[in-house]
Design a protein around this ligand. Structure first.
Ligand SMILES: C=C(O[C@@H]1C=C(C(=O)O)C=C[C@H]1O)C(=O)O
Length: 373
């Protein structure tokens, strides 16, 4: 049997696209109805647990050939458009535009959200507490540099909840108006970017003076103002500030990944594969930390991270940030946390949220300036 011609195949695609669009509009009418119910009941528009459940179900139900990351990428935008119909979601992040935080926020909330770049992390938290933003996206740890101290301090000080997480691959480029690395005299960079590219800088940019900046996009903005300035930043920041990419992927280790958390106030519903973040302090006596960890082990909870941080309010005392597998209201987790809390001097559940996979970080495609996962 003779195959279909190009024209016939394209007619088939046109008919399917019309069908997809009709169905998307039907979906949006349901979304609008849900929006009205939420408004009546005073519920929050954004429900990350439900969104994750929607995506996971579709990834599992998809027979292919569409890969899982494409299903997720398509639905990221459908969900963003759905939320926008109910009420545009206001998202604060550490700006200016095109920082890695911005890329992380876009990868979680899509292009239809209302983004509010802030000039300092503390302003991101302030935006949330003042109700100027509904959610915020902040970095919490990097695979090479470890925990982001300032975020950890603010998590201790402010009454926010962790409602989501995402892992983003951090691919730095050397970007400049100069034509080659040899002509670069000043290098602008965020301290973490400097830390991640130490070896490359000592091999290629020994002759340049180094200036630390508040963010990678700020570094790009600064580099753009000088003919012999350069920045360590991502390709979108370079594009935005009119810089050329002189060298790609200058980080010292492949797989440089930053974990971002989404902050908000609402409690998530369980998804069946959740993580819970906690924060606690223990008395200064032998075995105090062990006694907390012992309870978690006895209840069979898997701890995926524990990190200590000096308590700035009480010198030489420490705060512990830990992530465990499970949902906070799940009976086993609840009982374990209750018992663990009784062995601490301070205990705070930061929140439960759908688990993201660190082995499949969101990748920002250098060539095509778009996300894959
Ligand atoms: C439609 C809803 O509102 C939002 C949009 C969703 C969707 O488009 O599927 C899911 C969760 C919410 O963030 C809902 O809560 O079901």
């Amino acid at each position: 049997m003779k195959g279909q011609s190009l024209e016939e195949l394209r007619r088939g695609i046109d008919a399917l696209d019309q069908e997809i669009l009709d169905r998307l509009n039907r979906r949006m009418r349901l979304v609008e109805q849900i929006g009205r119910i939420k408004a009546e009941k005073g519920l929050d528009t954004f429900d990350p647990g439900r969104e994750e459940a929607v995506c996971r179900r579709l990834v599992e139900a998809s027979p292919g050939p569409l890969p899982a990351e494409s299903v997720r990428a398509i639905y990221r935008e459908i969900l963003a458009a759905s939320r926008k119909l109910q009420q545009p979601l206001k998202v604060a992040f550490l700006g200016p535009e095109w920082t890695y935080s911005h890329l992380a926020a876009l990868s979680v909330f899509g292009h239809s959200a209302h983004y509010l770049p802030q000039s300092a992390l503390v302003d991101v938290f302030d935006h949330l507490s003042k109700g100027l933003a509904r959610v915020a996206v902040v970095p919490i740890e990097n695979s090479l540099e470890g925990g982001i101290g300032q975020t950890m301090d603010l998590l201790y000080e402010r009454p926010v909840r962790v409602v989501g997480e995402c892992y983003l691959e951090v691919a730095h480029c050397l970007c400049s108006r100069a034509s080659d690395p040899g002509s670069v005299r000043k290098l602008y960079a965020h301290p973490h970017a400097l830390g991640q590219c130490r070896r490359w800088i000592s091999e290629h940019l020994r002759h340049a003076e180094i200036y630390e900046c508040a963010s990678t996009a700020q570094a790009a903005r600064q580099a753009a103002s000088e003919a012999s300035g350069a920045a360590l930043c991502n390709v979108k920041a370079a594009e935005n500030y009119g810089l050329s990419v002189l060298a790609e992927r200058v980080e010292d280790h492949a797989g440089n990944t930053t974990r971002f958390i989404v902050l908000g106030f609402e409690e998530n519903s369980p998804t069946g594969d959740d993580k819970t973040s906690i924060l606690f302090a223990v008395a200064d006596k032998p075995g105090a930390l062990y006694r907390v960890l012992e309870v978690l082990t006895q209840h069979g909870l898997n701890m995926t991270r524990i990190e200590s941080r000096p308590n700035r309010l009480h010198p030489w005392q420490y705060l512990f940030f830990a992530d465990i597998g499970g949902y906070e209201r799940d009976e086993r987790v609840r009982a374990a946390l209750e018992e663990a809390a009784s062995r601490t001097t301070f205990f705070k559940i930061l929140g439960s949220y759908p688990r993201a996979n660190p082995r499949h970080p969101i990748r920002f495609d250098l060539e095509r300036s778009r996300f894959g996962g």
